[in-house]
Ligand binder design. Structure first.
Ligand SMILES: NC(=O)c1ccc[n+]([C@@H]2O[C@H](COP(=O)([O-])OP(=O)(O)OC[C@H]3O[C@@H](n4cnc5c(N)ncnc54)[C@H](OP(=O)(O)O)[C@@H]3O)[C@@H](O)[C@H]2O)c1
Length: 162
C-alpha cells in the first residue's frame, strides 16, 4: 500500500529549482523516523535533489522514463504503471516521497497522507495537487510554532482515505 509523505505550503508549494523551499528540522526528523526501514518511492528529479544520493537504511526506488539509467543503491522503475502494480496492493507500507509529478500520479492510489503543512506562502515551481476533503479525513493534527531550527510555523497532519 502507498502512503504519501510531503511538506506543503499554504499555497500548495513544495519545491523550487529542484530543492525544498524551507528548513524545518523537526520535519526532516519526522521524515526520517517514519521512512527508515521502509521502501521509499521517488521521481528521478527528487533523487537528483538528494545531497548524498540514496537515503540510508531504506530501499530507494526511483522512477524514470530513461531505460538506460541505473542509479547506485537504487531499484529502478521505468513507468508509473509498474509502481502502481507493484505497490498499491502490497502488504508493506511504501512511502511516496515526491516530487510533484509523482505525487500527482500516485495520489489517487494512496491510502494515507503524512502531511506537514507549512503555514506560509512561497514562490515555487512545483506544487502538490489539491487534497479533496470528500476523499480524505484528518485522523491526527499537531501544531508547532517556528523556532531556532524551524523557520516557519507548521502542523503535522495525518489523513486517511474515506
Ligand atoms: N516538499 C516536499 O515534501 C517535497 C518532497 C519531494 C520533492 N520535493 C520537491 O519537488 C521538486 C521535484 O518534483 P518534480 O515534479 O520536478 O520531479 P519528480 O516528480 O521528483 O521527478 C520527475 C521525473 O520522474 C520521472 N517520471 C515522472 N513521471 C513518470 C512516468 N509516468 N513514468 C516514468 N518516469 C516518470 C521522470 O524522470 P526522467 O526525466 O528521468 O524520465 C521525471 O522527469 C523539487 O523541487 C523537490 O525539492 C518536495
Amino acid at each position: 500500500m502507498l502512503s504519501i509523505i510531503v511538506a506543503v505550503a499554504e499555497n500548495n508549494a513544495i519545491g523550487k529549482d529542484n530543492d525544498l523551499i524551507w528548513y524545518i528540522s523537526d520535519d526532516l526528523k519526522r521524515f526520517k523516523r517514519l521512512t527508515t526501514g521502509h521502501t521509499i518511492l521517488m521521481g528521478r528529479k527528487t533523487y537528483e535533489s538528494l545531497p548524498n544520493g540514496a537515503l540510508p537504511n531504506r530501499e530507494n526506488v526511483v522512477i524514470t522514463r530513461n531505460k538506460n539509467l541505473v542509479l547506485e543503491k537504487c531499484t529502478m522503475l521505468y513507468s508509473i504503471e509498474e509502481a502502481i502494480e507493484k505497490y498499491t496492493n502490497s502488504e508493506e507500507e511504501v512511502f511516496v516521497i515526491g516530487g510533484g509529478s509523482i505525487y500527482e500520479k500516485l495520489l489517487p492510489y494512496a491510502h494515507k497522507i503524512f502531511l506537514t503543512k507549512v503555514h506560509s506562502n512561497f514562490e515555487a515551481d512545483v506544487f502538490f495537487p489539491e487534497i479533496d476533503s470528500n476523499n480524505w479525513k484528518v485522523i491526527s493534527e499537531e501544531n508547532h510554532k517556528k523556532g531556532e531550527k524551524n523557520e516557519f510555523d507548521f502542523s503535522f497532519i495525518d489523513l486517511v482515505r474515506f
